[in-house]
Design a protein around this ligand. Structure first.
Ligand code: SF4
Length: 361
């Protein structure tokens, strides 16, 4: 039995969460105090503009803050209002997104902006500069936007409108799994349901904006995947069942990862004078609507110097240069000046290859 050898003190700690209500104030007090002293100044946490918060949340999906910051600043400077983004071409948005990966996020962002503005126009609502009156105001409306899941909808609803919805990202799953010593995998449907229920019980309904910000930041900065000595200086230590049971380092639990698929790409860089050939990926596959050099797929030998890891695929690639007198006719390609390559949204792999190739290959 898990709790058999517990000291009286530890049993008292276990009672912390069974006698929830009177103790929750303690948890909030320690957490908010920690947050006040330690939180990072992030531009999207200093605003209540739902458009800016939504933009930051989409950029930060699967992206570290350090990398996402520059993208956020560029997007908000170029398209300060949702209607500015809606009026942009998808190609411009993809171009600005270049290098961030997971391009479906950018496509959905643009699609959602157009949808919001269309809805606004239908309802005859006037958007004024800096105003956010266009943006959906209920959790359900926000959740219905393309590219918005439960986490993002909860984040926007709580950060922008202080509405009592949890925002459960990977950091929150980790902190809650440890605080409550939950050894159910958080990424199964049963696990998600269980965690959601527990987090809804934990949520500070009077201060959802502060609670969500604080617990996310606490997971990002203090209760990190590798704990080291973090528990020893942790303000939540006395409330933490994972610490009390010695299981914190093992949590959270994930379901086994799916097998990664290997693919081999050979890119052909045709050079004819100052021109080259590129094509836009139209297949429902990775890098949809991004540009790249003509490509053939399939492994012929072991000489693929580039490895590019995606969530479920491992791409092995090579780039072969062909100097030609006349461009070959390859369906779906366009011939462009080499200098214009930067004007097209290229996949991260292509950008990496270009960095290593001498000028004009
Ligand atoms: S005691 Fe350790 S595991 Fe528990 S919340 Fe603090 S840092 Fe996380």
């Amino acid at each position: 039995m898990k709790y058999e050898n517990f000291s009286a003190k530890k049993l008292q700690i276990c009672a912390f969460f069974s006698n929830f209500a009177p103790k929750m104030d303690n948890l909030y007090r320690h957490l908010y105090h920690w947050y006040e002293i330690n939180h990072r100044i992030l531009p999207w946490r200093e605003t209540e503009d739902p458009y800016a918060i939504w933009l930051s949340e989409i950029i930060l999906q699967q992206t570290r803050v350090a990398q996402g910051m520059a993208y956020y600043m560029r997007f908000i400077a170029r398209w300060p209002r949702v209607e500015d983004l809606a009026a942009a071409d998808e190609a411009e948005v993809l171009r600005e997104w270049q290098g961030l990966g997971y391009y479906s996020r950018a496509r959905n962002l643009h699609k959602a902006a157009k949808q919001i503005v269309e809805q606004c126009t239908m309802n005859n609502v006037q958007c004024t500069k800096g105003s956010t009156i266009c943006f959906p105001k209920t959790f359900e409306e926000i959740r219905a936007l393309p590219g918005v899941g439960d986490y993002t909808a909860g984040a926007i609803a709580s950060f922008a409108y202080n509405m009592p919805y949890p925002a459960v990202d990977g950091n929150v799953y980790r902190v809650v799994a440890r605080l409550l010593d939950i050894d159910e995998a958080f990424d199964t449907s049963a696990g998600k349901k269980l965690f959601r229920k527990k987090i809804e019980e934990l949520l500070d309904r009077e201060n959802p904006r502060l609670f969500n910000s604080a617990i996310m930041e606490f997971g990002a900065l203090h209760c990190t995947p590798v704990l080291g000595d973090a528990c020893l200086s942790c303000p939540l230590q006395e409330c933490c069942l994972g610490y009390a049971h010695g299981t914190a380092e093992l949590l959270p639990v994930r379901k086994p990862r799916p097998k990664v698929r290997d693919r081999w790409f050979t890119y052909h860089i045709y050079l004819c004078g100052d021109e080259t050939l590129i094509r836009r990926r139209e297949e429902k596959d990775i890098w949809y609507h991004l540009y790249e050099f003509p490509c053939t797929e399939g492994q012929t030998d072991d000489k693929y110097p580039f490895t590019h890891i995606l969530s479920h695929q491992k791409i092995h690639a090579r780039f072969m240069v062909h100097r030609v007198q006349k461009m070959p006719e390859i369906p779906g390609t366009i011939c462009i000046p080499w200098e214009d390559l930067n004007a097209y949204a290229l996949s991260r792999l292509t950008l990496r290859a270009l960095d290593t190739l001498p000028h004009k290959a």
